[in-house]
Design a protein around this ligand. Structure first.
Ligand code: HEC
Length: 146
């Protein structure tokens, strides 16, 4: 337990803006902070490399941005419980989502992709998916372009 404050200090230091080592990502003001938010809030299920696991977590890697090409997919990415209910404010959530899309699946980002904004995320997360998410996801995936 004695290590917790030190670890926190390291994380905060790593999240300092303008470190110069993080790539610039549209819609992500502080990429280092977004990376740490992903580490703390998302990778426990999705894994550090975004590959998820075959039992219960779909891969983000080479997949996640494909949802943006089908109607309803943009909202879905915010409304899944792991995203909508995370204890991050709207701005931080928009940033970690934009970071996730670029980090794991930039190849499938549609042309002219507009980054999520805090206002959009705030609106969408008010109506999270519950049990209906599995069927909704299947519907969207079945419409992915080849
Ligand atoms: C408790 C495990 C868990 C955590 C934590 C979690 N997710 Fe997920 N995530 C899932 C599962 C499972 C799905 C599939 C949809 C569903 O059943 O909720 C999913 C779906 C998604 C999707 C939609 C893409 C798809 O293939 O369904 C995105 C985007 C996503 N997660 C991003 C995140 C981000 C960003 C975080 C951190 C803020 C996060 N997730 C935290 C388990 C998790």
């Amino acid at each position: 337990m004695a290590r917790a404050p030190l670890m926190l200090a390291c994380l905060l230091a790593a999240a300092a803006p303008a470190s110069g080592t993080e790539p610039t990502i549209p819609g992500v003001e502080n990429p280092a902070r977004a990376r740490i938010d992903y580490m703390l809030k998302c990778q426990g299920c999705h894994q550090p490399d975004g590959t998820g696991n075959a039992v219960n977590t779909p891969p983000l890697k080479n997949e996640v941005a494909r949802f943006l090409s089908v109607e309803g997919g943009r909202a879905f990415l915010v409304q899944v419980p792991g995203v909508a209910s995370v204890d991050l404010g709207d701005e931080r959530l928009a940033e970690v989502l934009n970071w996730t899309l670029h980090r794991f699946d930039s190849a499938h980002l549609p042309k002219g992709f507009r980054p999520y904004t805090a206002a959009e995320v705030a609106r969408l997360r008010r109506t999270p998916l519950r049990l209906d998410r599995v069927e909704r996801r299947n519907q969207l995936v079945s419409r992915f372009p080849e």
